[in-house]
Design a protein around this ligand. Structure first.
Ligand code: ADP
Length: 578
């Protein structure tokens, strides 16, 4: 006798069904309204489903039906500029369908199936094409050529290929075995898209943020985490990265953050201009908005949806940066689901597989040679929100074991209005060594030496600070007092950067270098003056040193910096040496 598949139990976002013939990770339609869910456990005749939509009011006995497919995203022209929820439903379509009612069970295609794109073939009849190879192109935006690739698992000989205007549903290519190809492919989000090989990252992600590029660079294809207590600047930093990073594609996942923060992103982004091209920033962006009021199970889906879209663009040979704000909210969702499943809890109630899940996600970053022979990269930057700013908690600790860059936000700095509030003493980058050649060739031969000198000085400053707090800086020898003055400049001129100032918000590498050079120039001149007998009080009168702090806000950076440097020369010449 066939068992009817129906809901057996509902516990928050977790629904148990009986009689369901489904595999792990199959997508399931749950209840009368057909809510979207995913199989996460099979125990005998019971199937446990995490539901991506609100489950209130759903009752045992309602039907349950598997789709036989796993959660997948639609990949093809039309991804760029999109704003999706966690399961790739375009927010504007949801809004239209739902009106002002929060209706459930609404399905919406990830791509616009009606929109016409101009498809240009790049292969011809008789050509043999392998999985992942490019068979056509679409100019998706002014600056981005969307490469239409074979699905990774399909290859064959071209029987017919068209040229002209089509929707993503139309067949544009037929293989001799009868396989019909469109401009769109579907890919299950939990499965990393295959590549030929992974390569070593050797270029930095240029972000225009001085402390990041200068002191703690992340490589293109690298991984970084930004942990920080509430209000310390995670969101602002992530948004700065999304706006300014020199990648062709940006995927921004707002995961479980408050709705108003995501609303800021949604309002801000459409008005922003890409500094590299002058085009709207949205043209290179895919936004995924899964806010704190949306069901927790969809947080995980949002992370996987985002990384799969990133992989798709990487496969075309593009550099992609992906920001996830915040991975802690995803971890909390795992904790909630795990407790509903009555699994044995690990540290602080998080499931034992927390570390493995986080690792799986970050491992999808990297530089790779794709199946079509292009070199692309995904840089993953995850925000972590440790409760109370305590970095010893499990999500921060597990993330730190995986990522290679750590930008530690510090509430003491944000309280002092030192922004970005990234602590330079306990942040680190493990990419510094590997990027040395790039810096020498692309910034300046002495850049790494300058930067390391600055880091050393800041380290000494923190040691001296303890003495200063006890006995005051006057008790220090003059050379140490001078060091404190130079590190003050490093902090205030170089490290501090105002994300909201139209000019200071983005600092090109050339300007970062010149700023650092100017500070060190002051340091060298002052040290020389000091050793030839000029008193510290005289050196501290330098106006040029204080004017240095204003250069970063000037439209004409070089002009104003040169004026300050000329003044500095004059001042030191006047001081002479005795
Ligand atoms: P979090 O996401 O960690 O809770 P936010 O990113 O919202 O914190 O930052 C909190 C506030 O700190 C911002 O509203 C802003 O006023 C200030 N802030 C953070 N970073 C910067 C920055 N780089 N420049 C200027 N202000 C900043």
């Amino acid at each position: 006798m066939e068992v009817k598949s129906e809901i057996y139990r509902v516990a928050g976002p977790v629904v148990t069904a009986i009689g369901l013939d489904a595999k792990m990770y199959d997508l399931v339609k749950v209840g009368n309204e057909g809510l979207m869910g995913e199989v996460i456990q099979i125990r005998g005749d019971k199937t446990v489903i995490q539901v991506y939509e609100e489950t209130a009011g759903i009752m045992p006995g309602e039907p349950c039906e598997t789709t036989g497919m796993s959660l997948a995203v639609e990949l093809g022209p039309g991804l760029l500029s999109s704003i999706y929820d966690g399961v790739q439903r375009p927010l504007h379509v949801l809004l239209e369908k739902m009106g002002s009612f929060i209706q459930r069970g609404v399905s919406a295609d990830g791509l616009d199936h009606k929109k016409i794109w101009e498809f240009k073939p790049v292969v011809k009849k008789g050509d043999v094409v392998k999985g992942g190879e490019v068979f056509g192109v679409v100019q998706e935006t002014v600056n981005l050529e969307h490469k239409i690739m074979m699905p990774p698992n399909i290859s064959g000989t071209i029987a017919e290929i068209k040229s002209g205007n089509f929707t993503v549903e139309d067949t544009v290519c037929t293989l001799t075995d009868g396989t019909e190809l469109t401009m769109m492919q579907r890919w299950p989000v939990r499965v990393p898209r295959p590549v030929r090989k992974k390569l070593t990252p050797e270029k930095p992600l240029v972000t225009g943020q001085r402390i990041l590029d200068g002191l703690f660079p992340v490589a293109k294809g690298g991984t970084a985490a930004i942990p920080g207590p509430f209000g310390s600047g995670k969101t602002v930093t992530q948004q700065q990265l999304a706006k300014w990073s020199d990648t062709e594609i940006v995927v921004y996942i707002g995961c479980g953050e408050r709705g108003n923060e995501m609303a800021d992103v949604l309002n801000d982004f459409p008005d922003l201009e890409d500094p590299q091209t002058g085009r709207p920033l949205m043209e290179r962006t895919v936004l995924i908005a899964n806010t704190s009021n949306m069901p927790v199970a969809a947080r995980e889906a949002s992370v996987y949806t985002g990384i799969t879209i990133a992989e798709y663009f990487r496969d075309m040979g593009y550099d992609v940066s992906l920001m996830a704000d915040s991975t802690s909210r995803w971890a909390e969702a795992m904790r909630e689901i795990s407790s509903r499943l009555e699994e044995m809890p690990g540290e602080e109630g998080y499931p034992a597989y927390l570390a493995a899940r986080l690792a799986e996600f970050y491992e999808r970053a990297g530089v790779a040679e794709s199946l079509c022979g292009e070199k692309g990269s995904i840089t993953v930057i995850g925000a972590v929100s440790p409760p109370g700013g305590d970095f010893t908690e499990p999500v921060t600790q597990n993330t730190l074991r995986i990522v290679k860059v750590f930008w530690a936000l510090d509430s003491k700095l944000s309280q002092r209005r030192h922004f970005p509030a990234i602590n330079w003493l306990n942040s680190y980058s493990l990419y510094k060594e590997g990027l040395t050649d790039w810096f020498a060739d692309n910034v300046a031969p002495d850049w790494v030496a300058l930067r390391d000198k600055a880091m050393d000085m800041l380290q000494v400053e923190s040691e001296l600070q303890e003495i200063v707090q006890l006995v005051g800086s006057d008790a220090l020898p003059e050379d140490q007092q001078l060091l404190l003055e130079i590190t003050r400049l490093l902090r205030e001129v170089f490290l501090q950067q105002n994300a909201f100032h139209p000019i200071d918000t983005y600092s090109p590498f050339a300007e970062q270098y010149k700023t650092m050079q100017a500070i060190m120039k002051f340091g060298d001149a002052a040290n020389e003056a000091l050793s030839s007998g000029v008193p510290m009080t005289e050196i501290l009168k330098s106006e040029a040193k204080d004017e240095l702090a204003k250069v970063k806000y000037e439209e004409d950076f070089d002009g104003s910096l040169n004026a300050v440097l000329a003044k500095m020369d004059k001042e030191f010449a006047a001081l002479g040496g005795r």
